[in-house]
Design a protein around this ligand. Structure first.
Ligand SMILES: C[S@@+](CC[C@H](N)C(=O)[O-])C[C@H]1O[C@@H](n2cnc3c(N)ncnc32)[C@H](O)[C@@H]1O
Length: 246
């Protein structure tokens, strides 16, 4: 048998996004490893705990909080990320080796789906070179599916591609066709042409959800103001948007 880890996609906000496969994996888990993200995102930690309380039938599991090393902000972005991953790898390797028995089952809960802008799988691959265990992946509903479902729109135009990108990349490369933009702290859509269509969503799937759609010219400044106000009120924000150039 040996140690086993489930990487469970828990959906991007609504506990109702948790799949039947995820519920089975949650119920198979003895130890949940959780990143300590600090005070600001305590709402997200609370949601993870709510998912466990709601879907796990036998309360025999426990949480192990793992410190999340700080990512250095200056210098090269990729170097900073790779140092940060190496620090996480060391912490996770120690935790898996010490907290899981020889046949123990652990889990990492990944926000949305573990394959999308999430480092869990990359880090676990590196940990597997240091500690003996197997792992599997349970897919989850991403912020992209939550966004398109809440706006009731198809993601792509007929036969057309869609780029999934970040605010940083949109700023440096510009927009052509359609793009889903994630991880954008700077409202980069505001630099797109006024006719560009935008479907924006924040805190998708939660009780605080915000949705705005229109052209950048019509609704861009409203989104900028709404975003700043919501961020100040909650202390954090997660937003995603689909852009379609005309
Ligand atoms: C580190 S990525 C994780 C993405 C996640 N793995 C997924 O499948 O959606 C975090 C980004 O996802 C987007 N995001 C995640 N959850 C969201 C939500 N509930 N509402 C809006 N955007 C969300 C935001 O763009 C945020 O900056």
């Amino acid at each position: 048998m040996g140690r086993h880890i489930h990487v469970i996609g828990i959906g991007a906000g609504d506990p109702g996004y948790v799949t039947v496969q995820a519920v089975e994996a949650l119920n198979d888990t003895q130890v949940f490893f959780a990143m300590d993200k600090g005070e600001q995102k305590s709402d997200l930690v609370a949601l993870r705990r709510e998912i466990c309380t709601r879907f796990i039938r036998e309360p025999g599991y426990r949480f192990v909080e793992l410190p999340d090393p700080k990512r250095s902000s200056g210098g090269d972005y990729r170097d900073a990320v790779s140092e940060w991953h190496a620090a996480r790898t060391r912490i996770w390797a120690t935790a898996i080796a010490t907290e899981l028995g020889p046949d123990g089952v652990g889990a990492f809960l990944a926000w949305g789906d573990p394959s999308l802008y999430d480092s869990t799988l990359r880090i676990l691959d590196a940990v597997a070179a240091q500690v003996d265990f197997t792992f599997d992946v349970i897919p989850g509903i991403t912020a992209i599916q939550a966004l398109t479902a809440r706006h009731r729109i198809p993601l792509n135009d007929v036969g057309e591609p869609v780029l999934i990108t970040t605010g940083r990349q949109l700023r440096s490369r510009g927009l052509s066709g359609a793009a889903v933009v994630m991880l954008d702290a700077d409202c980069t859509f505001a630099a797109c042409g006024a006719d560009t269509r935008i479907w924006w969503g924040a805190y998708l799937g939660t009780g605080d959800e915000l949705l705005v759609a229109g052209t950048v010219g019509e609704v861009g400044q409203r989104i900028v103001a709404l975003r700043a106000e919501a961020r100040a009120r909650h202390g954090w924000i997660m937003d995603t948007y689909l852009l379609r150039a005309v």
